[in-house]
Design a protein around this ligand. Structure first.
Ligand code: FAD
Ligand code: FES
Ligand code: FES
Length: 472
């Protein structure tokens, strides 16, 4: 069995000995397709952006430096070489970049062109579309001008290679793409040392940056029971292997989860959200996993599937310590249930980072306040980046429960929070900064509620973009 995908409309069937954990970027460049660049090899710069084209015509930009060849199996991909018309004419995106003089050294340009190619179909916010692409010399104003001139894409949907394979690669480096939970659990038993890979946006660094040899890999992408999201009156049931992009779409249209959506929009970039998953965020159990504080504040639960069936665990019991969780050796995270905030409740999901997008949190804070009239009947406050693991702060919750949400009470809860956390000094902020910031985030939440008309923060880039040229 070989890895098979469509690249720029051509079927590519790779030799059986091709290592499935090789990154797509390494393969493209070795195949002579050097338009796709390597900048950082860790998902940060976007120079390696290629696009997945879905059968319904949807386009998703991804980082080729993080994606393994095994993950490319069964997909239709487009690299920058695949944009030219058969007669060599530039694609409208390339023409728009040229007309807006949106390139200088050109190193970032293929990646930016591919992000714009996806954006021309997906639409949405310009800032969001470019968050995963760094340009160090041209500046973004002409790139935004090129975006403003883009026509809406109407290209035909691509041909998709059939994917009926569950495994490939040599015996010591098997890459499995199981289709059912049963098959996944069987493989987990048979290959106890295999890496479990969902989107690979965390594990991918071990291939691309650290060049680690994973042995065998079980990829969860095609496991039906681990995909899909359903929304009901009680909350959302989210497949652990469903990419963030789908969750963000659903939360954006659901007022109860607007704050969660605002946070997800800042988790990585479009490229990262096209692959990364909630299951992966829980799997890493990192103290700076952005989704963990809101899951804790909302009282989310995870369903863990294993050989003896499924067990249901509250997220706060699932997280055990620094990058440690309660997953058994033969289990996988199957689904995450996120309860809906009660009517009238306040729910906020905050993130402070040095850069607005595509940056690791210095501190995350999520707060759920349920109220009866003016009185807070239930408070759940959860933080990230303030200790060895994302956790609740019962000391701060106790200050608010039974009280009205006044400025004095918010400050007292903030002070209790600052005393409860155990942050450290690192390049994202000092421990003292984190304590002050945690307290200030509680106050900001109060001011957002008490004075919704007051500006609570300043955005770096006005959106939607309006060109600020004044003709001479
Ligand atoms: C450039 C860049 C920016 C990023 N920005 C952010 C950010 O802003 N905020 C943030 O929180 N994170 C960020 N991340 C980290 C990463 O994107 C997230 O942690 C993401 O949720 C990982 O999901 P994944 O599906 O890619 O996980 P993977 O890399 O596939 O897996 C991560 C871990 O979870 C395990 N795992 C995955 N799924 C399951 C499952 N269903 N059952 C059992 N174990 C499982 C894997 O074995 C592995 O140990 C960023 C990463 C990069 C490269
Ligand atoms: S090389 Fe920088 S994101 Fe891939
Ligand atoms: S044109 Fe030089 S980095 Fe963007």
């Amino acid at each position: 069995m070989s890895i098979t995908f469509t690249l720029n409309g051509e079927l590519r069937r790779l030799p059986a000995e091709t290592p499935p954990a090789m990154t797509l970027l390494d393969w493209l460049r070795a195949a002579g397709l050097t338009g796709t660049k390597e900048g950082c090899a860790e998902g940060d710069c976007g120079a390696c952006t290629v696009v997945i084209e879905a059968p319904d015509g949807a386009r998703a930009p991804v980082n080729a430096c993080l994606m393994t060849l095994g993950q490319a199996h069964g997909l239709a991909l487009r690299s920058v070489e695949g944009l030219l018309a058969p007669d060599g004419a530039p694609h409208p995106v390339q023409a728009a970049m040229l007309a807006a003089e949106a390139t200088q050294c050109g190193f970032c340009t293929p990646g930016i062109v591919m992000s714009l190619y996806a954006h021309a179909r997906m639409g949405g916010d310009a800032h969001e579309a470019l968050a995963g692409n760094l340009c160090r010399c041209t500046g973004y104003r002409p790139i935004l001008d090129a975006m403003a001139a883009l026509p809406v894409a109407e290209d035909a949907a691509p041909a998709q290679p059939a994917s009926d394979v569950t495994g490939f690669g040599p015996p010591e480096h098997r890459f499995f793409l199981p289709r059912s939970l049963d098959e996944t659990l069987r493989l987990r038993r048979e290959y106890p040392g295999a890496w479990i890979l969902a989107g690979g946006t965390d594990l991918g660094l071990r291939f691309s940056e650290h060049r680690e040899d994973p042995g065998s890999i079980i990829c969860l992408r095609d496991v039906a029971e681990l995909r899909g999201i359903s929304a009901g009156p009680e909350g959302l049931s989210v497949g652990a292997a469903e990419p963030y992009a789908a969750l963000l779409d659903l939360m954006t249209g659901d007022a109860d989860f607007a704050a969660f959506a605002g946070l997800l929009r800042r988790l990585g970039s479009r490229q990262i959200r096209a692959l990364g998953t909630l299951g992966g965020n829980l799997g890493t159990a990192s103290p700076i996993g952005d989704a963990l504080p809101p899951l804790l504040a909302l009282g989310a639960r995870v369903s863990l599937a294993g050989p003896n069936g499924a067990r249901d665990v509250a997220v706060e019991d699932f997280l055990l310590g620094y990058r440690r969780n309660a997953l058994g050796v033969e289990e996988v995270i199957a689904r995450v249930f996120i309860p809906r905030p009660k009517p009238g409740a306040i729910f906020a999901a905050e993130k402070l980072s040095r850069r607005h997008d595509q940056d690791i949190s210095a501190i995350g804070l999520s707060v759920l306040l349920e109220r009866d009239g003016d009185v807070i009947t239930r408070a759940r406050i959860a933080h990230g980046g303030c200790g060895p693991m994302a956790a609740r702060a019962p000391e701060a919750e106790a200050v608010l429960e039974g009280a009205a949400f006044t400025e004095a009470q918010a400050r007292a809860a903030g002070d209790a929070l600052a005393r409860a956390i155990t942050p450290m000094d690192d390049l994202r902020g000092t421990a003292e900064y984190r304590r002050v910031a945690a307290c200030n985030l509680m106050l900001r939440l109060y001011w957002r509620e008490a004075r919704p008309d007051a500006a609570a923060e300043i955005m770096a880039l006005p959106t939607p973009h309006a060109p600020r040229f004044i003709s001479p």
